[in-house]
Design a protein. Structure first.
Length: 195
């Protein structure tokens, strides 16, 4: 006989792992389909569903047995999907700020020297200020031209982990104002951005 959600939630509130497992098995497939429908990315959908249930576990003592759990799960996952979309938009905007290659716009020796100095600064930040995994991902992305999926396969990590490291990378480059230097160099015509 199946237990009611009310009874399972009451058990979950007192940290009953079996009750949590039963609720997970009951609602995970439905929640996954909903998130996948919105994202069209199975890896990210799995991550969001996992995070949804982690949050349920973390807030288990405040669950109300008389309220529908499915509505609560959908609300958490919807907020996580929205957060993912915001972070993804920020990541794309930050990545667009740093071109794949820097090309001098002319043959002026002074421009070439300034470009060389800019590339030197970028190399220094990448070499000294980035954690090993961020540095490795940066080099595979910018120097080897690999996509997130290719980097994921090459390093044996999930695409989501690659995206997280790339966000950290972009934040660190912004801290050291590399993105600002590149935008300035493009604006004054020192370099052109080639994608």
């Amino acid at each position: 006989m199946q237990e009611s959600d009310t009874h399972l939630i009451e058990r979950l509130r007192v940290s009953d792992q079996e009750a949590f497992r039963l609720l997970f098995e009951k609602y995970q497939p439905m929640l996954f389909r909903s998130v996948l429908y919105n994202l069209h990315d199975a890896d990210t959908a799995h991550d969001i569903v996992q995070e949804t249930f982690i949050r349920v576990w973390s807030h288990r003592t405040s669950l109300q047995p008389n309220r529908p759990l499915l509505a609560y799960l959908f609300r958490i996952s919807r907020n996580l999907v929205r957060d993912h979309a915001k972070h993804d938009a920020v990541r794309r905007r930050l990545e667009a700020d740093i071109p794949l290659t820097l090309q001098p716009t002319g043959t002026n020796p002074e421009e070439s020297l300034q470009l060389s100095m800019l590339e030197e600064r970028l190399t220094e930040v990448v070499r000294t200020k980035l954690p090993t995994k961020c540095r490795e991902i940066f080099l595979l992305s910018r120097r080897e031209g690999m996509s997130n999926a290719e980097i994921s396969e090459h390093l044996g990590i999930s695409v989501k982990t690659v995206e997280t490291h790339r966000m950290q990378l972009m934040e660190r480059l912004n801290i050291h104002d590399i993105a600002g230097l590149v935008r300035f160099a493009i604006r004054v015509g020192l370099i052109s951005a080639e994608e």
